[in-house]
Design a protein around this ligand. Sequence first.
Ligand code: SPD
Length: 365
Amino acid sequence: MEADAGRGLGCQKTMDGKASNGIVPKKEIPSCCLKAMASAPELDAKCHSTVVSGWFSEHQSASDKGNKMVYFNNPMWPGEAHSLQVESILFQGRSEYQEVVVFKSTSYGKVLVLDGIVQLTEKDECAYQEMITHLPLCSIPSPKTVLVVGGGDGGVLREVARHNSVEHIDICEIDKMVIDVSKEFFPELAKGFEDPRVHLHVGDAVDFLRRAPKEKYDAIIVDSSDPVGPAQELVEKPFFETIAKALKPGGVLCNMAESMWLHTHLIQDMISICRKIFKGSVHYAWGSVPTYPSGVIGFLLCSTEGPPVDFKNPINPIEKLESSAEYERELKFYNSEIHSAAFALPSFLRREVKALVDSPDPAQD
Ligand code: SPD
């Protein structure tokens, strides 16, 4: 389905071609995010992606109030505009869970947008997928069983597949439309699904983890969208508890953990919750992704009680894998130096993180 750039995406069509009225149900915001959005009065803001005059603006949500278009701030980053120039809209559809848009930008290649929020662009996806995958997998000696939560575009699978020690990869993605759209428009990411070690489960990860065998995984990677909409439960305590149970002793979690510039309270909450649940260690790392709000994204790294994990000094360095014959695609962002550097926190974040945790871990200092 092709649509012109320069026109609002208010008139939606579902993937099966049925027209929809474009009304998105009101979204409940979790308490941790309410703190982050304390200054946003638009609780009824709708998450429509919007293209106006050839520009996609992530901050905007459009609402038609009596024939007058009113634009709201996105509750996750009030008062900011993140825009990309649009060459053409390649796909727009509405799944059971969210609005899915793919467009071609003039400077970042193709862009995947869910509920009005940029998930990836062809130009900078490498930074996010490589970091969220290799930070955990290079921190343990020989990862064998891995679970990816979300990650329906396949980019994280592509990165996990670099690790020869891995024997089994489960992925639980709730939205099949994301997988289908990625296979069609982002083959460089979706090729991750082709690896024979991958087992795809389309469904709710909260449910999947509740039913997961105890101590099954060496590593769990939570590659979710922001915690508004389908990913809401993925930053809450019960979810982290099921993750800890599904990990082996000394197993690791890497969870997408937003921007230190925009979501300090959410980060504090996540660290605080995880410090109670993960008896090994809990750390925050970050990296640069230019098309995410504020240009950075964080990762929460936790380990369960068991063999200690030294997150800051990779025991399973990627450079060792890079020299192996099966290594096809060059890494663009991640290396062992970036790995260690990712744990260095700016002074303001160090202070804020330290102030909230119950028993500060000296390693965070
Ligand atoms: N604010 C956007 C955060 C998006 C994180 N998920 C991206 C999915 C890429 N595999």
